[in-house]
Every structure is written in structure tokens, then in C-alpha cells.
Design a protein. Structure first.
Length: 512
């Protein structure tokens, strides 16, 4: 076997090119490597290969649908192998790129779903390099080009160690799929890079591109992926920044800027703006995308509204964003404290405008909205955060429909207000899911939307699955405008309250 990346990543990830190799022999190699990885005798390893014609049948018997007899397939020199990976029947032949990661998921800090999204992210980036835009589909591991499947995933995990893997159709003969129902799904059409683009590729060069992506996504050195160039921010500094820091400390105020490790803190504080975090800095939930501490919070501090009012007065604020942790322990979810803060600040600064970014008031939505009526006017914001398929991973204590209902109820309850929400990209969502969230928000009457890049705020938070390029954020900005949002901020550094005071964001946001 020829080592592709052994020299540069010897201690973290071994990548071997097995060439055109018999499936059964490579399967035996996987088993041997899996056992060695369990015993910690080797580091994480990936086998890259192509196979002579073979059909493999997975562990899910109902998805193993052969459309020809085994004897007929044998006559056509197509091997048939029963294996124990997930999924159903699939096929391999020369010109199809196959790779088998033998990884310790515990070492990487990944669960099986996160691992599959990692494989999909690798495939998406590789196909982009070959001129193909591919997508995920919820509940169907693999990659698609429209309604055509271009990549399949079938994995198995034993004692935290993975084997089997992913197959991507580059320029293979697709007629082999005529002998099966791919993955047991009727009506699936298979495609390849060559079929979509009519361009041939050097398989050794494609393997080199894949090896670089494997190192980027799976090696221990790059476990905390280096940020791409468009995600660099200057370190917080400057006279105004220091003034803000000292003022907030002197008044004993919390901000989401510090508690959520926001990358915009330096720029915001240098502009003398900050998002106040009320009701303490301990949350009653444990969302995996967030770095705010979880536990049993203290009762609301009755002096906090006065301290916020003093800050607004000293800073001569024209626009103030107030947010809070989740307070499921309070009968009104903290709505009364939001109201008190606004009223105290308004007495000190009558002309100030407000935006409140609230929790979902899970069990007390109607009561909370009734309480907040006494604090109008304000922009009412509540973040859906991500697509519904990722809630169980990223936002387990929340409910997508509950968040939509809150935004809709706020729009109907308050006269002449703007409602607002936010979504993060890079957690493993696909384009169809993002677009559906935007449509759902508009159907709920949401007026404003922020779309930004998820960045891992702490070691215990979810890993970034994808760093979305700036031009993709431009695409989503245009899509949001087309759907009818009247205030759109879409860029890698866009956050719920970043530049919230701007009256119009439909112009270019290239510099944010």
C-alpha cells in the first residue's frame, strides 16, 4: 500500500492509496486495522481505493434489493458480498472513489451523526473542486445533485472505532446500478461527476484532493480547524474598547459578547455598543452550540434595571439590545424583568430604541407576551438558531415549532412592531433545509433575519462541520430579500444583535 499523507501527518492520520483493489481483500484489511485501532496499536487511518465490479449488501435486509440473480451477476463478473455496514445494497466499480476511515470517534469527540456529517462535508468540498454542487438530504446519508444521487455512505462503528465508509461516483460505469435498487430506495437515479460535467479526471489527482480534505476534517492536528482567511478578526483593543470594558465591570453588568465568546466583541465595543445579558449568566438549558454556563440560576436581581439605565445614560445610547439566558425556573420566563429593564432605561433615556432577544418562553408564551406589552415599542427577536433536523443535537431543550409560534404570536399581539430571528450555518444543514427555515419564518410573519457562520465558542461545544464561503452568504441574502424580509444581514460574522441599530441592511454587507 502506498502512503499518501504519512510524512506530514504521521502521528495523527495515516492515509493509504490501495489502488484498484479487490473488495474482499480491502474488507479484511479494514477488520485488521479496526482491531489494531481498538488496541491503540495504530493511529487513525483511511484507506482510499477503487474496486473491480462488486455489489455489497448491507445490514438492513429490507434495503438489499437485487434486480438480477447472483448467478447472473457472477457470469457478468460482478462479485456480490454480504457485509455488516449500515444501509442497503450499493455497487462499486473502477472510476468510483471509495474511502474507508478507521477512526476513533471518542478521540475526535464525534458521535455517529456528527461523523456522517463530516463525511458528507468532505464529499461536498471534493465535488465542488470537481465542478459539482451537491446537497445533503435529511434522513438519507449521502450526497445528491438535484434528484440524482452521486455519493453513498454506509458505516459501522464498533467500540468507538469506525470502518466501511463513503463512495463517490467520479467517472465509473453507472450501468452497474441497474442490477440493484440503490440503498433500497425505489426510483433513485445515480449520477457521476462525468455524467454531470462531461469532464474526465485523473484519479490520482482526485485522490490527492481527497487526502487534503481528509487531513483538514479528520486529523487530530486539525481537530480545531484553522479558520479560513475570511474569518479572521482583529484582537479587541483601543481606548473606546477599554472604556466599555471598565464601565461594564464597574456596573457589574453581563453581556452576551463575553459569555458567548462573540467574535465581534472588539468591533462592537470599539463602537461603544454591547448587548446586555440580563437575568444572570447561568442558563437552565444546555444547548450544544452555546458556551453560556448551565445550572441553577440565582433569582432576578432587582438592581439590574437601574444599572443598565446608568450604562445607557453614560454611553448616550440611541439603541439598546437586551437578551437573556433561558429562565425556565421563572413563571413568566423572565418577561417581567425584560419589561422592568426597558422601563427603567426609558426613564433615563426617553429617546432610546430597544430590541429584545428573548428565550422561547416554552411554557408561558401568552403570559410573557402580555407582560411585555407594557414595555412597547421594541423590535421583538427570537432565534430559531438552526434547521429543525439539528435541534436534537444543537438545541435539545427547544422545539422548532414552538419558536415559530412565539414569533407569530408576537407579531399578532403587538401593533406596529418588527419581529426578527437568526440562523447559524455550518452545523451540517443543507440548502433545502435553510430555504425552508426562511420560508417558515416569513410564514410566521418574521420581518428581519440574520444569517451567520457558526463558530465553536468552547471546547465542549459542537464542532464546525463547514466554513461557509462569503459568496454563499450573499446568495442567502438575495434569497431572503426575494422571500420578503425587509431587513437582512447575511455574512460570516453576522450575529443576532450585530449592527442591529442599522435601519437598512439590504445594501452590500461585504465589510461586516
Amino acid at each position: 500500500m502506498l502512503t499518501v499523507a504519512e510524512k506530514t501527518q504521521k502521528q495523527t492520520l495515516q492515509i493509504y492509496d490501495c489502488g484498484l483493489a479487490d473488495f474482499r481483500k480491502v474488507l479484511q484489511q479494514q477488520h485488521q486495522l479496526r482491531d489494531k485501532r481498538r488496541r491503540n496499536e495504530i493511529t487513525d487511518t483511511v484507506l482510499i481505493t477503487e474496486h473491480p465490479p462488486v455489489i455489497t449488501l448491507g445490514a438492513r435486509q429490507s434495503a438489499n434489493k437485487l434486480l438480477a440473480s447472483r448467478s447472473d451477476l457472477e457470469k457478468r463478473q460482478i462479485d456480490v458480498v454480504d457485509i455488516r455496514r449500515g444501509g442497503g445494497a450499493t455497487a462499486h466499480n473502477p472510476g468510483q472513489l471509495v474511502f474507508y476511515p478507521i477512526l476513533n470517534l471518542h478521540r475526535l469527540g464525534l458521535d455517529i451523526n456528527e461523523y456522517i456529517r463530516k463525511l458528507e462535508a468532505i464529499g461536498i468540498e471534493l465535488l465542488e473542486l470537481l465542478g459539482i454542487s451537491s446537497q445533503r438530504r435529511e434522513g438519507l446519508p449521502g450526497l445528491w445533485v438535484g434528484d440524482r444521487k452521486i455519493a453513498s455512505i454506509g458505516v459501522r462503528v464498533s467500540k468507538s472505532v469506525t470502518y466501511h465508509g463513503m463512495a463517490i461516483n467520479i467517472q465509473n460505469d453507472l450501468s452497474i446500478f441497474d442490477y440493484i435498487t440503490p440503498c433500497g430506495l425505489n426510483g433513485i437515479k445515480m449520477t457521476s461527476v462525468y455524467k454531470e460535467t462531461a469532464k474526465s479526471h485523473s484519479m490520482p489527482q482526485v485522490k490527492e484532493k481527497l487526502a487534503k480534505l481528509l487531513i483538514k476534517h479528520l486529523s487530530n492536528i486539525n481537530k480545531r480547524d484553522k479558520l479560513p482567511s475570511w474569518l479572521h478578526r482583529p484582537l479587541p483593543a483601543g481606548e473606546t474598547y477599554n472604556y466599555m470594558k471598565n464601565l461594564l465591570n464597574s456596573l457589574g453588568l453581563e453581556t452576551i459578547c463575553t459569555n458567548a465568546n462573540c467574535p465581534n466583541r472588539g468591533l462592537c465595543w470599539a463602537r461603544a455598543t454591547a448587548t446586555v445579558l440580563i437575568l444572570g449568566n447561568i442558563c437552565t438549558r444546555n444547548c450544544k452550540f452555546c458556551s453560556v454556563s448551565t445550572g441553577k440560576p440565582l433569582p432576578p436581581d432587582p438592581t439590574e434595571p437601574l444599572r443598565i439605565a446608568e450604562m445607557a445614560k453614560q454611553m448616550k445610547l440611541k439603541y439598546l439590545v437586551i437578551t437573556s439566558v433561558n429562565r425556565d425556573d421563572l413563571p413568566d420566563g423572565g418577561a417581567g424583568h425584560f419589561r422592568n429593564c426597558i422601563q427603567k432605561v426609558r426613564r433615563q433615556c426617553p429617546d432610546i430604541k430597544f430590541e429584545i432577544l428573548t428565550p422561547d418562553f416554552r411554557t408561558c408564551r401568552q403570559r410573557a407576551l402580555e407582560t411585555l406589552k407594557d414595555a412597547l415599542p421594541f423590535v421583538f427577536a427570537h432565534n430559531v438558531e438552526t434547521v429543525p433536523s439539528l435541534y436534537s443535537v444543537a438545541r435539545p431543550g427547544a422545539d422548532y415549532q414552538c419558536s415559530l409560534n412565539l414569533l407569530k404570536m408576537a407579531k399578532q399581539s403587538f401593533d406596529n412592531i418588527q419581529t426578527k430571528s437568526s440562523i447559524m450555518l455550518g452545523l451540517g444543514e443543507n440548502n433545502d433545509e435553510i430555504e425552508q427555515v426562511l420560508k417558515d419564518l416569513r410564514n410566521a410573519g418574521c420581518d428581519r433575519i440574520t444569517i451567520g457562520q457558526y463558530l465553536k465558542p468552547s471546547n465542549n461545544s459542537l464542532d464546525v462541520i463547514e466554513y461557509v464561503r462569503p459568496e454563499k452568504f450573499d446568495y442567502w441574502k438575495q434569497k431572503a430579500v426575494q422571500l420578503g424580509f425587509n431587513w437582512v444581514m447575511s455574512s460570516p460574522f453576522a450575529r443576532s444583535s450585530y449592527l442591529a441599530e442599522q435601519e437598512n441592511t439590504l445594501t452590500s454587507m461585504a465589510d461586516i
